[in-house]
Design a protein around this ligand. Structure first.
Ligand code: ZN
Length: 184
């Protein structure tokens, strides 16, 4: 952010009154431009012993597999966002959504909320952001080709708890380290 969206003056990053955090702010009109984490909503679409994954057709992590998900839009509830992303990326219909995992990426200010859901029928196909959409059994999951740590975490927890997946909400996080460059 370079210029104030309120008055067009140049933005400064630094201390502001009565706030322990440094903020982007405008020294001309005084407006503080808060930046807060963004929510990513997604689904674990299930059918029998299989779940639906999408192969990414976009950067980052082009060509790797993920669960359908994306940034929440203003005006929608979390479940609606997860169902919309599933529709957009996999042309698939899900129902009976319930919260399964919450995963924090503190350094980049993202929070994933992943919902367990029933895939309603076999009508699905690659949406604009997917190269391929496919149902996987546990033993078929391409563990080394999963796009994001949040998705890896969610899939692991799902298969560990598959006999009773509604029993608890799983929380996790990831902090970047030099030894683990793959996940951001
Ligand atoms: Zn301003």
């Amino acid at each position: 952010m370079n210029f104030c969206s309120h008055c067009g003056h140049k933005i400064t990053f630094g201390e502001v009154p009565d706030d322990e955090h440094q903020r982007h702010h405008c020294e001309d009109c005084g407006k503080i431009h808060y930046q807060n984490p963004r929510i990513i909503v997604g689904a674990i679409p299930r059918m029998d012993d299989k779940i639906l994954l999408c192969k990414r057709a976009i950067k980052p992590r082009y060509g790797l597999w993920t669960l359908p998900g994306g940034f929440m839009e203003i005006g929608e509830k979390v479940e609606e966002g997860a169902a919309r992303e599933t529709r957009e990326e996999a042309n698939a219909t899900i129902e009976n959504l319930r919260l399964f995992s919450i995963y924090s990426l503190p350094e980049i200010g993202q929070v994933y909320m992943m919902f367990l859901a029933d895939l309603m029928n076999m009508s699905f196909s690659a949406g604009r952001e997917s190269l391929e959409v496919k149902l996987f059994r546990e033993e078929e999951i391409p563990w080394n080709e999963i796009a994001f740590s949040a998705i890896h975490f969610t899939l692991k927890k799902y298969f560990e708890n598959r006999s009773n997946p509604d029993a608890e909400i799983h929380t996790g996080f990831h902090i970047k380290s030099p030894d683990d460059p793959k996940y951001g």
